[in-house]
Write a protein that binds this ligand. Structure first.
Ligand code: CTP
Ligand code: CA
Length: 222
């Protein structure tokens, strides 16, 4: 959509997004992370800015340039990302959780490098808070959009997630279709059902997602 007119469907709106993976430290040189390029989240942040929104992108560790018109704040762990999200949230009309947040973190972070012993090593993990579910459950919740990358049974898992977290909209895809690459095949889920988008570059999908969410948003809060 380079050089084309982008309808300013989010003019006057504030959007907060998460993108990329999180990194959960085990010791000073190691950690647990998820596979996430950050490309979809960054493309979406850019599309929101082009649509006229004020955009705050809370990003896990990725090496991508900050999209024009976007304020990026960086986060490491899920707990750090949660803190940045809640700091950015006042005044937000829309929250989009694109990040691949680690579901667990090590219960304890070793102060020094763990030395190998040749024996089995067990690392106890404790659950991380669900940032999206927490935001969506707030009394003054913004319009919340979730993402779900599944390895199978996309419709059942994606729609289940949308309902469990109380989201008006969720974007689902199969990991085999999109991970790491520049294109993806996604399905949008909302109260009206499922809406598959044609396979497209992530930049283009981002505009499709923005126009769908803007329509729902305008319907919700005229
Ligand atoms: N999410 C989040 N915080 C977490 C976990 C997930 O904000 N701690 C958000 C993601 O950014 C995404 C959505 O929730 O928008 C779905 O994430 P996903 O990992 O697919 O779902 P989970 O609820 O964590 O369930 P599971 O990993 O067991 O499939
Ligand atoms: Ca998860």
């Amino acid at each position: 959509l380079e050089g084309f007119f982008v309808p300013r469907v989010l003019a006057g709106r504030k959007v907060v997004l998460t993108a990329g993976p999180t990194f959960e430290a085990i010791d000073p040189v190691r950690g647990i992370t998820n596979i996430s390029s950050g490309k979809m989240g960054y493309a979406l942040a850019r599309a929101c800015a082009q649509a006229g929104a004020e955009v705050v992108l809370v990003s896990g560790p990725v090496s991508l340039p900050v999209p024009a018109g976007v304020r990026r704040v960086t986060a490491g762990s899920a707990l750090g990302m949660r803190e940045q999200v809640f700091a950015a949230l006042p005044g937000a009309d829309v929250f989009i959780g694109v990040a691949a947040v680690a579901d667990y973190r090590p219960l304890e972070v070793a102060e020094h490098k763990i030395k190998k012993s040749g024996e089995t090593l067990e690392i106890a993990l404790t659950p991380n808070p669900d940032i999206l579910a927490e935001v969506a459950a707030r009394q003054d919740a913004p319009f919340c959009v979730g993402f779900a990358a599944e390895s199978r049974d996309l419709d059942a898992y994606a729609e289940g997630k949308r309902r469990r977290k109380g989201l008006p909209m969720l974007v689902g895809n199969l990991v085999s279709d999109g991970m790491g690459g520049d294109e993806n095949t996604v399905v949008l889920y909302d109260d009206a059902g499922r809406h598959p988008l044609p396979r497209a570059p992530k930049a283009e999908l981002a505009h499709g997602i923005v126009s769908h969410l803007a329509r729902l948003l305008d319907g919700c809060r005229p």
